[in-house]
Design a protein around this ligand. Sequence first.
Ligand code: EPU
Length: 346
Amino acid sequence: MSRVTEQVPLQSTLRLPAKARWYAEVADVAQLPQLLSHPQWKQIPRVVLGEGSNVVLRADLPALVLRPIMGGMRVVEWQGSRALVECQAGESWDQLVQWSINQGLAGLENLSLIPGSVGAAPFQNIGAYGVELADVFDSLQACSLVDGVCRQFSASECCFAYRDSFFKSVEPGRWLISSVRLWLDRDREPVLGYADLASRYRALPAAMQNAAGLRNIICELRRSKLPDPAQMANAGSFFKNPVVSAQQHVQLKRSFPELVSYPQSDGSFKLAAGWLIERAGWKGRREGNVGMHSAQALVLVNYADASGEEVLHFASQVQESVRNMFSVELEQEPVILPALEQGGTP
Ligand code: EPU
């Protein structure tokens, strides 16, 4: 059975101080039923944490924290040029991207350099530069946090939406994602619709106009805008890009003609939260240990030894400014732990 330890300091890319009351690494899901039915933890809330790249640890977790560490990636089957790839949850996402490109498989290159584990990727349907996980997704295996029993979930059962899934919104705290299956392709057309990707790609030498070349461009782009969590503590975009109705969009455009927005298929508009935050005066602004990044206003940075409460207080000030200026509500993107309705101390 997995070894359970107590009062374990947790890692997260925002580097907030928090401990797990109990902590266990899960190397094999076959161990879960025994672990979860153990009398000592039977009534204790369970929390799954990967590499901690999309969480705000606002306090210690009065819970049994499970860290999936199972590894391995393989091609399960080929269908013509398409390969069904299976990857275990404990792998790092970017290692999977690099591995798939080494196999000559395209599909993940736009998602290069996203921090975090493979198991966390479906949880919030990671996305960047015109591609989302859902675009290449086949299915996943997840295990119940009640009894440890595992089952397959199809793409439709995962209810993927913009930075959202069944696991994040419908049954949060109920499942541990243990492996993911994706369809990748030797002959996939590159996705170049985002900003000036197409012109950058066409400027590559012909021999580099492939998934590896596109990965290089994406890595460069990310490095130029997004702070590396190893150097500057952050959790990527701190807010989602908000969606407003066509009517509200017209009104906003009237007051702010330069508003950055993207029409959605249902007639609504997605707004660039980074633009709203910048216009509200928060880009590069720091208060105490916390600030919004100077190259990407959507990224909140912990400059020193911020506490979770300090981060949440700062974020609420940003939300308030944007609400007052634009009447738009910014929703936090990372998961807050412990959840706000739960207590913060064991
Ligand atoms: N913008 C500003 N000021 C800023 C930042 C952005 O005006 O400080 C405006 C610009 O007009 C820019 C537009 O917002 O053209 C969009 O900015 P960017 O391309 O940087 O993307 P984003 O919408 O801010 C989203 C994702 C990122 C992802 C990028 C690229 C969300 C919440 N964030 O950011 O994902 O890398 O697109 O596809 O959807 C993450 O989820 O952690 C993340 C980094």
